[in-house]
Ligand binder design. Sequence first.
Ligand SMILES: [Fe+2]
Ligand SMILES: [Fe+2]
Length: 142
Amino acid sequence: MDKKEMVKLLNEDLAGELGAIIQYLTYAAKATGPYRPQLSQFYLQEVGDEQIHAQFLANKVVAYGGEPVTVPRPVPSAHTNHEMLEEIMKAERKAVADYSLRARQAEELGDKGLVVQLEDMVRDESGHAEEVERMLRDWLAK
Ligand SMILES: [Fe+2]
Ligand SMILES: [Fe+2]
């Protein structure tokens, strides 16, 4: 693991965060039904966290001498509230897995600051995933 390889990986993560921002913004607009106010507010609240993650990753890519990506990971299409929450849960679980791996790779690289930041992001994404998991727990798909 060297800095160049890490730039490539952090850029994949950055594309994921840019995609997450778009996903939450779009889903906030698309939420319908009696729970629309809560769902919409919840999605918009998440945008703030993902933006902080994206900002950190873009800064780190530049600090390592790379060029931050500007193309987001594609947002999965979802048509109902339930489908949107399921897609979000998948994305958040992927983020937890990706940042857990990335923290180990940063350890290999010997960048303790990056390790700590990535572990913070694992905590944030775990919180997002658990929140959505509880929303879906008693909500049958329609
Ligand atoms: Fe994130
Ligand atoms: Fe998240």
